[in-house]
Design a protein around this ligand. Structure first.
Ligand code: SF4
Ligand code: SF4
Length: 91
């Protein structure tokens, strides 16, 4: 089972701990596409949470080099613009 599916099978409190860890590792805040609006709203970890509610400029996504990509076996990127990994996979 892939990590994206494993997360769904976890107890809520365990999943919350894992998400907290991923959130801390997320490299979105240093991405050229990361905006003041996202920072103000404390938005990141878009691979899990989905699209930003802020306006965006798609540029130089750092997701491919983010540790969460290998930990979660993520296949996409630009999650802030195009939705979460699960949305990409129609899960
Ligand atoms: S999802 Fe990708 S493009 Fe969007 S802020 Fe994060 S690293 Fe940057
Ligand atoms: S893969 Fe992208 S959206 Fe997900 S934690 Fe890493 S930088 Fe953030």
């Amino acid at each position: 089972m892939e990590m994206v599916q494993k997360l769904d099978a976890m107890a809520p409190e365990v999943r919350a701990k894992v998400m907290e860890k991923y959130r801390a590792l997320c490299t979105c805040p240093v991405c050229p596409a990361y905006t003041h609006c996202m920072k103000k709203k404390e938005e990141k970890l878009f691979c899990s949470t989905g699209k930003t509610s802020c306006s965006i400029m798609k540029k130089a996504c750092l997701c491919p080099n983010c540790p969460v990509t290998s930990m979660m076996a993520l296949k996409f990127g630009y999650y802030c613009a195009s939705g979460s990994e699960k949305q990409h996979r129609n899960m």
